[in-house]
Structure formats: C-alpha cells, structure tokens
Design a protein around this ligand. Sequence first.
Ligand code: 5GP
Length: 186
Amino acid sequence: MDTTSKLYQDIENELLIPREKIAERVRTLGEQITQDYQDRNLVVVSILNGSVLFFADLIREIDLPLTIDFMQASSYGDSTRSSGFVHIKKDLDRSVEGKDILLVEDIVDSGRTLSYLKTMLKKRGASSIRIATLLDKPEGRQVDMEADYVGFIIPNAFVVGYGLDYSERYRNIPDIGILRPRVYQE
Ligand code: 5GP
C-alpha cells in the first residue's frame, strides 16, 4: 500500500511500526506461544474489533492444534481514553471450563479491560488465562496488569492502523502510526 495515499493523510509521516516489523514480531510471538502451549487445551480468543488483524496473523504462526472464539467488550470513555466501566457486547460462544485461554488484544493502556475480562474468565473455570497484546502503553496503566506476550512497548500517544481505529476508521492501514492530534482536537 502506498504511504502517500489518502488513507495515510491523518497519521504522522514517520510510521511508528512499519508492516515488516509487525510481521517479524508476530512470527516470534507465535514461536514462543507454540513452545509454551505444547500438550495444552489452547483456545485463542480475539477481543473484537481492534485485535482482528493481529489475531488472524498470530494464529497462523502458532504451530499447534487450537480452537478460536471471539468476544467484544466496550469500555465507556471519551474517544481516546477508556473509563474502566467494561460492558460485554458479545460473549464467547463456548464454555472456557478446563481450557487454556489466550486472550488476544490490540493494545493495553489503563489495563482495565483485560483485568476485568481475566477475572470474569477465571470465575468461569478456565484452567489458565494468558494475554497476548500487540502493543503496550505502560505509561497509561491504572491497574496492575501485565500481558504475558507483548509485541511492542510504545509511548503514550494515540495510535491507529493494523486493526486499531479512531471512530471506526483507519483499521485497514497495514502499518501502525500516530494519529495527528488535529483529528481528535477538531
Ligand atoms: P484499557 O487498557 O485502557 O482498558 O483499554 C484498552 C483499549 O483502549 C484498547 O483495546 C483500545 O480499544 C483502546 N485504546 C487505548 N489506547 C489506544 C490507542 O492508542 N489507539 C487506539 N486506536 N485505541 C486505543
């Protein structure tokens, strides 16, 4: 995709993470997960919508039998920050009892969404729950929450692309870039 196209006009010129780096890191994470989940009952769960691209690429790098499921949570807040009040918009289709759950998220910021989901799935009897996140913004953390597999640690800026949106736009950008502040300050 041409980075001088209209699709890229609202992100900073210098890409934060170009697609080649994403692909390389996803491959490494897939290898680690493959080693860690030998002979386990792995269910990989995509937290919709932001994680779909990462999820689709990651599961193809995991060389193990696994099943997939989907869940959507919304955390009410303003357009660029979450509030911590988590609402389940779409629940899993199957029981997690006795399963080894790997939650796949696009980005951990305050940590509230994943902290809530982890507690919820633990109560439902999952054998284990781990988290794979493409991006981690440790500066935004409000609760004690560490992901087990992290793609990239990034600074406290609002990013879009590779599944991440602003008002449902920009998800189809193949790279990750910083959204120009004028877009959300308008
Ligand atoms: P938290 O960890 O604060 O509960 O929320 C994580 C969620 O906030 C992510 O799944 C994502 O929807 C949203 N979020 C946090 N930071 C960013 C960002 O820089 N860009 C985008 N597009 N979403 C973000």
